[in-house]
Design a protein around this ligand. Structure first.
Ligand code: PMP
Length: 337
């Protein structure tokens, strides 16, 4: 009998399920979630880890046994680590020191050289993580991935995420709700849906404090950058690969709404998403409830919530942040409604 198995872990990246939201109020619409948390590295970024490394191999920027460098502690780091380990490359990641310990342990266990740098300095400072990665890449003759400028990032979504959603929706959908970290997802999906000619409305979900929602609405880059707790999305600049011209509608979502929405998703639908999932879902629900006609809407569960168990899924942390109110009796069971 032939085996119905995968050749290796890299083959299990993508082809994630699309699940309908049935226990949350979606107004007149039907809302579907692409479960990118089910990728082997736990996030949508496995797709670009694979596409950016394979593009560098094709372009001759990466030789067998070569060194790859990137500036991130986030999911891109994990995606790259997964692919680099399978393909025998050395991976160096420059990571801001505010990142969660678990992420760093996870990366080191995957064989990554993690270089910690200051998280309190901005672009142009020599210890800024992006600038430091570029310098180390030059010193070591390594391939600097730079997801913010790498065309293989949006291409991963144009060539895989988009076509998968389109097939799963039976070529019939009205809107796609995305966040922007590097802008790879929204740019690649907009390109793919543009090619279908189906007029899929691209909607931005942005954390309050990020400049991007305002940019979509006014075309201006604000100097007025706030801070937000949600991880992986929201920016203080417009990455060069990020094309927001097809995006007409944007929602600016406060942290509290995002995190409570993600908790609701777990409690009601049994899906453990990360914090950015909360922002995307909150925006998608607002969009759905505002519609006057039934529409078919898709958004993403970008990563798994297991990295955030001690934060957004921890009632004590939520209370400390002011995202949950403390009941008079102080009984935590009262909080889990
Ligand atoms: N959600 C999470 C959890 C992420 O890590 C990222 C990437 N930083 C995104 C969403 C946004 O994806 P993109 O970089 O494609 O804009």
């Amino acid at each position: 009998m032939t085996l119905s198995t995968y050749h290796d872990t890299l083959e299990t990246i993508g082809n994630t399920p699309l699940v309908e939201v049935t226990r949350l109020d979606t107004g007149p619409c039907r809302l579907f979630l692409k479960l990118e948390n089910q990728n082997p590295g736990g996030s949508i970024k496995d797709r670009i880890g694979k596409s950016m490394i394979e593009a560098a191999e094709r372009d001759g920027k990466l030789q067998p046994g070569g060194t790859i460098i990137e500036a991130t502690a986030g999911n891109t780091g994990l995606g790259l680590a997964l692919v680099a380990a399978q393909k025998g490359y050395k991976l160096v990641l420059v990571v801001p020191d505010k990142m969660a310990q678990e992420k760093i342990f996870h990366l080191r266990a995957l064989g990554v050289e993690v270089i910690l740098t200051r998280s309190d300095v901005g672009k142009g400072h020599p210890e800024y993580y992006q600038d430091m990665a570029l310098k180390i890449a030059e010193e070591r003759g390594a391939f600097f991935v730079n997801q913010f400028e790498n065309p293989a990032n949006p291409y991963a979504h144009e060539s895989t995420t988009g076509p998968e959603i389109w097939e799963q929706m039976g070529h019939d959908m009205d809107a796609m709700v995305c966040g922007v970290g590097s802008g790879g997802t929204i740019t690649g999906l907009a390109r793919f849906f543009g090619k279908t000619g189906a007029n899929v409305e691209m909607v931005l979900a942005d954390p309050e404090g990020s400049i991007l929602a305002n940019y979509v609405e006014t075309g201006e880059i604000s100097e007025d950058v706030g801070s937000w707790v949600v991880e992986g999305i929201g920016e203080d600049f417009l990455p060069s690969i990020c094309d927001l011209t097809p995006v007409r509608k944007a929602y600016s979502i406060p942290d509290k709404e995002a995190l409570l929405t993600a908790r609701d998703l777990l409690a009601k639908e049994g899906i453990l998403g990360g914090s950015s999932t909360g922002t995307l879902l909150a925006a998608a629900l607002r969009y759905c409830r505002e519609q006057t006609e039934p529409k078919r809407v898709v958004t993403l569960v970008c990563d798994s919530g297991n990295k955030y168990l001690s934060k957004m899924y921890n009632d004590y942390w939520m209370l400390d942040q002011g995202f949950l109110e403390r009941p008079v009796a102080g009984d935590l069971r009262d909080l889990i409604s």
